[in-house]
Write a protein that binds this ligand. Structure first.
Ligand SMILES: CC(C)(COP(=O)(O)OP(=O)(O)OC[C@H]1O[C@@H](n2cnc3c(N)ncnc32)[C@H](O)[C@@H]1OP(=O)(O)O)[C@@H](O)C(=O)NCCC(=O)NCCS
Length: 188
């Protein structure tokens, strides 16, 4: 089944923090390259410049973020940080987020796309390789890199469609959740 991604609006950064806080200690270390406390995660999210960076998410039927990607932008590059909750892995959530972030960066004319991880992070390196990224391992760390081609009409059309599908998915799930809550209250 196709995994639907959605760009998170600025006011949902709190949900992104909640997603990162739900990662266990091992996953936090893989995500950030080092052990990180709850307070440091909150600080990281508070420092995100929502006017420059972009967060993409994948939600479940209860609107919980099961996967999320932070695309941090420089002038000539974009760097991806990605995480998927343990119970939702190996179903293409990571791949969908990576593709979505690459497309977004390409459509903004960013020529270089990176991701950084610990050398032991086999899933991330496998995912990156599968999406055309070159991996350079140095010491205990690894960098994935791909040069993005310039955007064209079709890449803009695909992103427009992905945005609409993401918003529609969120709307449908919101309404279904509201109906389930009303039914649960009604049935006692
Ligand atoms: C890396 C991560 C985002 C991947 O998410 P995911 O939803 O499982 O990704 P996908 O299902 O799209 O694909 C993962 C790939 O890794 C492979 N993989 C997963 N676990 C693996 C393992 N233990 N050993 C080998 N390969 C593994 C999958 O088979 C898949 O490869 P394939 O498509 O060639 O079969 C997820 O594991 C994660 O959140 N890890 C903790 C945080 C982290 O490491 N972030 C990266 C640093 S920024």
């Amino acid at each position: 089944m196709q995994v639907i991604t959605r760009q998170l609006p600025r006011h949902e950064l709190g949900a992104y923090a909640g997603h990162l806080l739900a990662l266990d200690a091992d996953d936090r270390r893989l995500r950030f390259g080092q052990a990180i406390s709850d307070g440091a995660i909150r600080g990281y999210v508070e420092r995100i410049d929502a006017g420059r960076d972009t967060i993409f998410g994948v939600i479940d039927a209860d609107l919980a973020l099961v996967g999320a990607a932070h695309l941090a932008r420089g002038a000539q590059y974009a760097e991806l940080g990605i995480s998927v909750l343990a119970g939702h892995r190996r179903r293409g959530v990571g791949a969908a987020l990576l593709q979505r972030a690459q497309l977004h960066a390409r459509n903004r004319g960013i020529p270089e796309f990176f991701t950084h991880c610990l050398r032991e992070n086999v899933p991330l390196m496998r995912l990156a390789r599968r999406h055309g990224m070159q991996i350079i391992v140095e010491g205990g760390e690894a960098d994935g890199f791909i040069a993005l081609p310039p955007p064209d009409a079709s890449t803009h059309a695909v992103e427009l469609l992905a945005d609409r599908v993401g918003r529609f998915d969120h709307l449908l799930k919101s309404q279904a959740l509201a109906l389930r809550q009303v039914a649960a209250a009604w049935l006692g």
